[in-house]
Design a protein around this ligand. Sequence first.
Ligand code: PMP
Length: 285
Amino acid sequence: MSRQIYINGQFFDSENAKISVYDHGLLYGDGVFEGMRIYGGKVFRLKEHLVRLEESGRAIGLPFPISMEQLAEDVNATVKKNAIEDGYIRLVVTRGSGPLGLDPFKCSDPQVIIIADSITLYPESFYENGLELVTASTIRNHPAALSPRIKSLNYLNNILAKMEGLKAGCVEALMLNHKGEVAECTGDNLFIVKNGRLSTPPVEAGILQGITRDAVLELAREAGIETSECPMTRHDIYVADECFLTGSAAEVIPAVKLDGRDIGDGNVGPITKKLNEAFRKLVRQ
Ligand code: PMP
């Protein structure tokens, strides 16, 4: 189905939505992006996503060609133009085109791209029965090399780990950080439940500070569940009662096995179910 794709303030049919092959977003992964969900025609936590996008841009020294207010309007206009009730948005800002060299200062036309489309990431059975994880040997980018807090167009670190997971028959893989602690999965944050307490690795572990992660932490606190953001190892997951992942695309998805070991009794746990229900309610508010 043809979609109306936004590029720099104009709409194009998907077949005619084109970017220069000299764009450093393509040549070097030089750019930033966001992935957001649309629920009932409304973008979930648009403001928070735009703040993170702007911070990613600042972190790589990429000034945006339009104001954040205009960008918010344009995201909403793209959703409307495509008449999407429930779907997904990919918002991309590239460095723009320049000569064939790394120098980002020679690129003068950053491209703002907004794609609104439908999405089905995982089959419903994964949400009901949980998915299986394997630990990738590829560690998450060292924060001093390329901070995982930047949602950049350079996703090779995650892609390499994702390939390991898929080759092992798992749709998601666990990524450790340079200290051997749990960081996150290739496209999701990770939570565990132990003795009724909810824990997730802190931002300092080298993770993307997920918008869904923040929402779930809020929901847990509102439900009177004790929460903590503290470093954890794989051992903590092996001996956890429950585990689940969060992400805009994945939403809240239970994980019931890691490296061939059952997590808890190998079934989706009650706190995971409760938070998933609360999340599904929140996004429809
Ligand atoms: N970690 C990584 C590496 C991601 O790419 C994502 C987004 N897909 C997340 C975590 C989850 O972030 P959010 O909840 O903001 O989508």
